[in-house]
Write a protein that binds this ligand. Structure first.
Ligand code: CTP
Ligand code: MG
Length: 230
């Protein structure tokens, strides 16, 4: 059986964090955010390889200051990212040697649990495509172009989608390749397969699986890393 590959995306600019450099190199409890993310997949027995996608000028830094420094063993390649997240994903997918399941995960989600990884592999094997998510804590409304609320959504039917998003490798590679010339805006990888009519199974994520995006997430992240003991 072919193995399972984690594709870790770290080629963004982190503009909303506002520190002037890639947020994934910021420390939480004296270790870089990206270290926690890589470690979670490195230590998982069902993950056979990791491909890290990084900005061209940050590839050496990732190798020296994170992968080698902290002894991350399963990273097979560090691949150059693209302008949009979608391009970074495709660059990474092309470099997967061969795999059964690919788990696409934000480098900026360092508190990914063992269970979420295992469940992602399980459900992608069963359904071809799976992603985790949580029920939103806030009420979600749709507003009109004047800024007034015009529709209330039933919270019980809503899910806030996280990563990893997990797919049979052949399926996600083909869909990402095919969507390139369609010129549509893609915000996550489930939308890519859904565009071509495939169904995505949504399984239970965790509130602790946050994406470090804005400065207050760093404070939450620091506490989470203590709470989760990682
Ligand atoms: N990402 C990537 N390549 C891009 C854009 C984003 O690999 N061209 C990665 C980011 O590094 C991050 C993940 O995708 O781990 C989720 O993106 P996001 O949280 O939006 O990170 P940034 O794009 O870096 O942040 P911002 O949108 O605030 O600039
Ligand atoms: Mg972004």
């Amino acid at each position: 059986m072919l193995g399972n590959c984690a594709l870790i995306l770290a080629a963004g600019k982190g503009k909303r964090m506002g520190v002037g450099f890639n947020k994934q190199f910021l420390d939480i409890n004296n270790k870089p955010i990206l270290y926690y993310t890589l470690k979670a997949f490195d230590q998982h027995e069902e993950i056979n390889s990791i491909i890290l996608v990084a900005a061209e000028e940050e590839i050496d830094y990732c190798k020296n200051e994170i992968i080698n420094k902290y002894g991350i063993k399963k990273v097979k390649k560090v691949v150059c990212g693209g302008e949009e997240r979608q391009h970074s994903v495709l660059n990474g997918l092309k470099e997967v040697d061969d795999a059964n399941i690919v788990l696409i995960h934000d480098g900026a989600r360092p508190f990914i649990s063992k269970k979420i990884i295992s469940d992602g592999i399980k459900y992608a094997n069963m359904h071809g495509a799976a992603a985790c998510g949580v029920t939103p804590k806030d009420t979600i409304k749709i507003i009109d172009d004047k800024g007034f609320s015009c529709e209330n959504l039933d919270r019980d039917t809503l899910i806030s989608i996280q990563t990893p998003q997990c797919f049979q490798y052949d399926l996600i590679l083909k869909c990402h390749n095919d969507i390139l010339d369609k010129n549509i805006k893609i915000t996550d990888d489930t939308s890519v397969v859904e565009y071509f009519g495939y169904r995505v199974y949504i399984y239970k994520g965790e509130y602790s699986n946050i994406k470090i995006t804005t400065p207050e997430d760093l404070i939450i992240g620091k506490n989470l890393s203590q709470m989760l003991n990682c």
